[in-house]
Design a protein around this ligand. Sequence first.
Ligand code: ADP
Length: 538
Amino acid sequence: MLRLSNLSSLDHNSKISCTAENIVGGKESSLLLDILFPPKITKLSEAIPDHHWCIPFSVSGNPEPELQWFLDDEVVTEGLYIMTMIHDITEREYHGCLQLDSPTHFNNGRYRLVAKNEFGMDQREVEAHFMHKPIEGLCLHFVIVQVYVVVGIAAVAFTGFLLMLIILKFGGNSKFGIKGPSSVISNDDDSASPLHHVSNGSNTPSSSEMGPDAVIIGMTKIPVIENPQYFRSTNSLLKTDTFVQHIKRHNIVLKRELGEGAFGKVFLAECYNLSPDQEKILVAVKTLKEASENARKDFHREAELLTNLQHEHIVTFYGVCVESDPLIMVFEYMKHGDLNKFLRAHGPDAVLMAEGQTTRPVELTQSQMLHIAQQIASGMVYLASQHFVHRDLATRNCLVGENLLVKIGDFGMSRDVYSTDYYRVGGHTMLPIRWMPPESIMYRKFTTESDVWSLGVVLWEIFTYGKQPWYQLSNNEVIECITQGRVLQRPRTCPKEVYDLMLGCWQREPHMRLNIKEIHGLLLNLAKASPVYLDILG
Ligand code: ADP
């Protein structure tokens, strides 16, 4: 037996040979030393930008060490956008990268690599900085605003106090006995304190005091912009010569309430003399409850826009009725209502209570789901051809008619009934963050490509029978998740081809996403491959 001692990892893989010789001849045999030793991180360097970002490292150890990354002491969950890659192995030394795909400021921080095997562990840290926060020094900005507000209040209070003193002194001595201002004071005891007067509003800085155009999510300042669809003068859909059809009030007979929209109730109605071949047809009328000057302007703009949007998978807009309040928009009636409710009603959890008995409605089949998806994609191809960016594509904004006919039916933002689908920012702006890609969340960039992302989420909604995307997460967690590059998981009933399509919609880089026409083509082919049996919905 050859006994070896004081060996180190450096001796790993060394060749030990044994030769035996006598007068007749010789024989040699050899082996490589397999030395077990604890991990050692021999290199951990600063991040380098390449095709992807890379934090390079080298680790030795035998057996192969397990690697775990921490960012500011929190475990880094590896996935599509962050992963450990080993490029080279030499003598039990592993050389690789922590590879980051398009990291943002969320990825900045102190990266700690921990390498472990059964003989021990080693760890090392490195700082990495990929991107500045969209607005640095926001905290400072916030504090300054607070200081301004407090100083402002104090200044106004002081001026008010001085003014009152002057009024008391001179007003009270008026030879005509003018009661004016002094009576204001005596009539309202509460207002005796000038501070009360000026603080009559809000003395805490609201988001509007920070500028109406910004909102803070975590430490990120996100600009809030009005829906440019309405304000872009170059928008081909807002032509100056658009003829919006006006319908007489006496031609509309309300039948029952269908739902509550963001701006007022929606009713089922009969509309007379709308088409030459039918005396009356069923329509859905949307009412505008509060018609301020601005709301009226938006109403007319939306009516023009809707008049110019005409496609078999966009809900038909018949016209307006503005003879008196409330203002009314008239649409074609879609019998099965909004797609989200429809999906839930035809999913595994749906239970219909009919005449005291619990009966299960028919569940949607995969081919019906594909048929639904294909129609929405078709509507989106049309919108993209009109350079119209929807910004709020979701199943709640699609409508279902007879024979599983699906149309995109809502172009406004925000809905009360689905308020948890939106993230309220800057007072009244609501954002459908669960349907938004990273660039829309971080930079408020809305494009046809961001609509494609939302279409991917719509596919996910369809194949989960109307589940809320990231239902298990809070809004802040969703923002964190999406900006970190996580994507929704494959729904249980979703074929691989369809999930691949979703992944194609959720490429982080907008230009890498599938084109809307491609998506429509793929869905059409998949839908054709499995024909739909429409009658099962009854
Ligand atoms: P808003 O655009 O003001 O938020 P919605 O379009 O969301 O209003 O309408 C609210 C509800 O009214 C929908 O969830 C749907 O159930 C019903 N609804 C709206 N439009 C139609 C329609 N054309 N046909 C049938 N039901 C409709």
